[in-house]
Write a protein that binds this ligand. Structure first.
Ligand code: NAD
Length: 343
């Protein structure tokens, strides 16, 4: 089966990091029988430059047809004075809502080799691997509890599905002791749990969850929560790892189609210098293979290759801590070489 992948490199370091992701795709095609059709399109400032629109029509059409989207980053100082509707960020927001990408997956992973990058003690965070599933469509906080049941159901299902692909342990975070909407949240999540008897479900209030994330983050595997709580908790979790250039993310629709992107932005301060860390993008590609294209084995190989490259001592400047570093392209090449060794 041919997988259709739309590639939206965007602005700033977007094209640099996406190029390294595409090297990995080419390696999978050449050496591992991965069958994919890649098509690129403009978004953000690049979309504005090309077509006067941060989300050109042909880009949206391509994304609608694709099985998955690899996204780089958007934005830059040269676009800051544009009117709101034409700004790069608007292109990304419109794309997310046009494709109904309601389930936002934000992993916080810390490779043991990088444990010193965290502000927490080594033993608390080394090997950290948690996934926060955040409801992305709003609604829940601002609407009446009635009518949002289906929104809770679909994010709960999304989180249980992801738990099934991981360690089958799910923590639902709410504020059911105070908020009426949270009471409904807990009731619906508990009901959906009956469809997933293999998954161990627990509940936690959000204030406790924020404390536990910093006290003992490795107790969590998958966390599911609503839009606002997810916004805050996922940033806390990301910072536990201390390395913005390492973290991927995904936004999925109800059928598992998704957009995959690093959590960082377009980093205008380092554009064109070979300083950008491409690993968040390469790990986003691994998430795409796992969650949208159902190629778990290839996804696992990318994760392993990244781990091996770190073991071998390859570091881009952002994770080198002042020690010797390699360029964006050298890091991409190292991942490809490590992948080939796994073949
Ligand atoms: P940023 O994430 O672009 O950069 C923050 C800092 O992290 C910078 O010092 C940058 O050099 C560094 N950094 C980021 N990614 C890195 C990588 N892969 N390797 C090494 N270092 C990296 O955030 P910002 O500076 O606040 O925003 C810059 C632009 O990006 C703005 O226009 C903003 O709107 C946009 N932005 C886009 C997205 C997105 O595309 N999803 C997300 C956040 C910000």
């Amino acid at each position: 089966m041919t997988h259709k992948i739309a590639v939206l490199a965007g602005d700033g370091i977007g094209p640099e990091i996406v190029d390294e992701g595409l090297k990995v795709v080419k390696c999978l095609q050449a050496d591992f029988g991965f069958d994919a059709e890649i098509e690129a399109a403009a978004i953000g400032g690049a979309g504005y430059d090309l077509a006067g629109d941060p989300l050109p029509e042909q880009t949206l059409a391509l994304c609608r047809q694709a099985d998955a989207i690899l996204f780089g980053a958007i934005g830059g100082p040269q676009y800051d004075d544009l009117e709101r509707e034409l700004r790069p960020e608007k292109g990304l927001l419109r794309l997310r809502s046009s494709l109904s990408l309601f389930s936002n997956l934000r992993p916080a992973m810390l490779y043991p080799q990088l444990a010193d990058a965290s502000s927490l003690k080594n033993e608390l965070v080394a090997g950290l691997d948690i996934m926060i599933v955040r409801e992305l469509t709003g609604g829940i906080y601002f609407g009446q509890p009635r009518g949002i049941r289906h929104e809770i159901e679909r994010i709960a299902r999304s989180a249980f599905d992801i738990s099934m692909l991981r360690n089958r342990k799910l923590c639902s975070v709410d504020k059911a002791n105070v908020l009426e909407a949270s009471e409904l949240w807990r009731e619906v999540v508990t009901r959906v749990a009956a469809e997933y008897p293999e998954v161990e479900l627990s509940h936690m209030y959000v204030d406790n969850a924020s404390m536990q994330l910093v006290r003992a983050p490795k107790q969590f595997d998958v966390i599911v929560t609503s839009n606002m709580f997810g916004d805050i908790l996922s940033d806390t979790a990301a910072m536990l790892t201390g390395s913005i250039g390492m973290l991927p993310s995904a936004s999925l629709d109800a059928d598992g189609k998704g957009m995959y992107e690093p959590i960082h932005g377009s980093a205008p301060d380092i554009v064109g210098k070979g300083l950008a860390n491409p690993l968040a993008t390469i790990l986003s590609l691994a998430m795409m293979l796992r969650y949208s294209l159902r190629q778990a084995e290839l996804a696992g190989m990318i994760d392993t290759a990244v781990g091996n490259v770190l073991n071998q001592g390859f570091r881009t400047a952002d994770i080198a801590g002042g020690a010797h570093s390699v360029s964006t392209a050298e890091m991409g090449d190292a991942v490809v070489a490590a992948l080939r060794e796994l073949g």
